[in-house]
Design a protein around this ligand. Sequence first.
Ligand SMILES: Cc1ncc(COP(=O)(O)O)c(C=O)c1O
Length: 405
Amino acid sequence: MNPLLSRLQPYPFERLRQLFVGVTPNPAYRPISLGIGEPKHPTPEFIKQALIASLAGLASYPATAGEPHLRDAFRHWLQTRYGLAVDANTQMLPVNGSREALFAFAQTVIDPGKKPVVVCPNPFYQIYEGAALLAGADPYYAASDPARNFAVDWDGVPLEIWSRTQLLYVCSPGNPTGAVMPLGEWEKLFTLSDRYGFVIASDECYSEIYFGDEPPLGGMQAAARLGRADFRNLLSFTSLSKRSNVPGMRSGFVAGDAALIRKFLLYRTYHGSAMSPVVQKASIAAWGDEQHVIENRALYRRKFAEVTPLLSPVLDVKLPDAGFYLWAGVRGSDTEFARELLAQYNVTVLPGSYLAREGVGLDPRDGKPAGNPGSGRIRMALVAETAECVEAAQRIVQFVQSRSK
Ligand SMILES: Cc1ncc(COP(=O)(O)O)c(C=O)c1O
């Protein structure tokens, strides 16, 4: 067996299951889960119809690079959303959801013979860690700073780590923090990438769910603004799952540096990760329509506008820049909070410590051991209908008030 498999950590939902062993949720309440970040708004009808209308595609093997119409749909979307000029033939590829691509990309990029490091934010999406470990790299976790809207403390990464770094994952808008990376931070990362030669994988799957007037800055958009029109050493990962409420369709794309795309295509050809022709057709329809995305965003905005003010008097929480999570500070242990909340009010939330790792060394801000930046926090995914999320929030308020008596 591959010995690296034993380095993989249990997934947060497995840990949640273990945490809840022996807990009997209060039967007076119906269960509400804010635990899993799976979109629950309905899939638009026209996407379902496009799938059904394309079933003839089942009769042929797809090309890994995708059909020209699909790549042109990506090109058009990048142009209208970010004002980018990207070559549909050399700078983009379809992927079966961003998750598999984020994983596979590390297998393409990492040279295991050189004590490689993969840097990722902390807290983070656990696929980055598994991708790093199975590629034979050591993950390094760079903590996000609550005092700076959860910006990652890139300055705290030691030079010895940067000098071994081959791949950096960034997540903007972030899961779970919702933070969007500003241009200045991108500039810092591009400078580091030029100096140390590492590749940046920019996970942007929440880019279309945002709460301010300005849509989140994309990695390639930042590169173009900073005069890096070739997107060197950068790949962006974009997905339909959250934008179009089709997590089950498994559809996204990557775009960026043509040299990286060429190698990734080679890897994917052997890995066998071509997108079904049926999904390709439905994806063309989904990328070509913005109306459903506007309506989806409006639904999240209304929901967050109702739920956040209910919770902010009792938890350390505010409206995030983007995404569909509230990342809230609680009093005491996050795991105890989650267990007791389930037992007393039948609401499931995810303990923040399950989404992060212990930091290395001392925290430069206070000189104390770096600790787990997710501990003392919970993640609430506001994916269910507004009424259900409001009811969960009301129960959480009662729970917090009863605890502080
Ligand atoms: C930060 C982040 N990246 C990537 C993904 C993967 O999404 P998909 O594979 O559906 O595109 C998720 C899913 O929850 C996520 O939270």
